[in-house]
Design a protein around this ligand. Structure first.
Ligand SMILES: [Zn+2]
Length: 257
């Protein structure tokens, strides 16, 4: 079986994907690739290293921060924009074009091209990419959509002389389904970091914190990391809790954090 390059951010999705790749072909056939892009904090990088160490895979870390010097994405150090609180659904109601304030311009296009170049160089057949259905919903992150994935896959396949293919096993899963798979694989989620803020603890209220906490709740499990604050009482979070059959008034106050 062919070896794989896995884009590893240190969050839930890419850590699950790394676990699946190791499960599939063994740790010595997997290279984890972490790309720094000028994000506001280095917590993700520490988590990526911890996860790669846990699985014993080769880990490459590269710096692409210079590419995004001109962007004002709320995720970047160079930007004064605040990271919005609330669920992804809340964010989509605020943006006129549906795109998130935390979208980083064509980041995944850049990352995947970079990963394809590395994969070709190390003789890997596949690049594993962790886009999932929640990221693409409502055009929040258009470079996570199925259409983008298919186009990028074709470009990489043709552009590497049919040597490297892109694989996105999570593309039709929501976050809860990703966590469900990861729990089965025994992913050490306590080592992961998702929060867009760089605090001592994860904030608990930005889009990615909310999404992840709800994903664990959907599986009847408490997220193993600690949070600075309870879930925010926004309409999107209330609706999400209701959809899980949970009482928002109880959970927004009493949820463990
Ligand atoms: Zn957060």
């Amino acid at each position: 079986m062919g070896s794989k390059v896995v884009l590893l951010s240190g969050g839930i999705d890419s850590s699950t994907l790394l676990a699946a790749a190791v499960d599939n072909v063994g740790y010595d056939n997997v290279t984890a690739l972490t790309l720094f892009y000028g994000q506001k904090h280095a917590k993700e990088l520490e988590s990526a290293k911890a996860i790669a160490d846990f699985y014993g895979v080769k880990h490459l870390v590269k710096d692409l921060a210079g590419v995004f010097d001109l962007s004002d994405s709320a995720l970047l150090q160079a930007s004064d924009n605040q990271v919005p609180t609330g669920s992804y659904a809340d964010a989509q109601t605020r943006e006129a074009d549906g795109m998130s304030k935390t979208y980083v311009p064509y980041r995944n296009g850049l990352f995947l091209s970079y990963a394809a170049a590395i994969a070709y160089s190390v003789g890997a057949e596949h690049v594993y990419y962790d886009a999932h259905a929640d990221d693409a919903a409502g055009n929040a992150y258009p470079d996570c959509s199925s259409v983008f994935y298919e186009a990028q896959n074709r470009a990489i396949w043709e552009g590497t002389g049919k040597k490297v293919a892109l694989v996105a096993p999570l593309i039709s899963m929501n976050k809860a389904e990703v966590v469900k798979w990861g729990l089965k694989l025994g992913v050490p989620y306590e080592l992961t970091w998702s929060c867009y803020e760089g605090g001592e603890l994860a904030c608990g209220q930005c889009g990615t914190c909310v999404d992840r906490r709800l994903a664990f709740l959907a599986n009847g499990v408490v997220d193993p990391i600690k949070y600075a604050k309870p879930l925010p009482a926004t309409e999107g979070v209330r609706q999400a809790l209701l959809q899980l059959g949970l009482d928002p008034d109880e959970h927004l106050e009493n949820i463990p954090y």
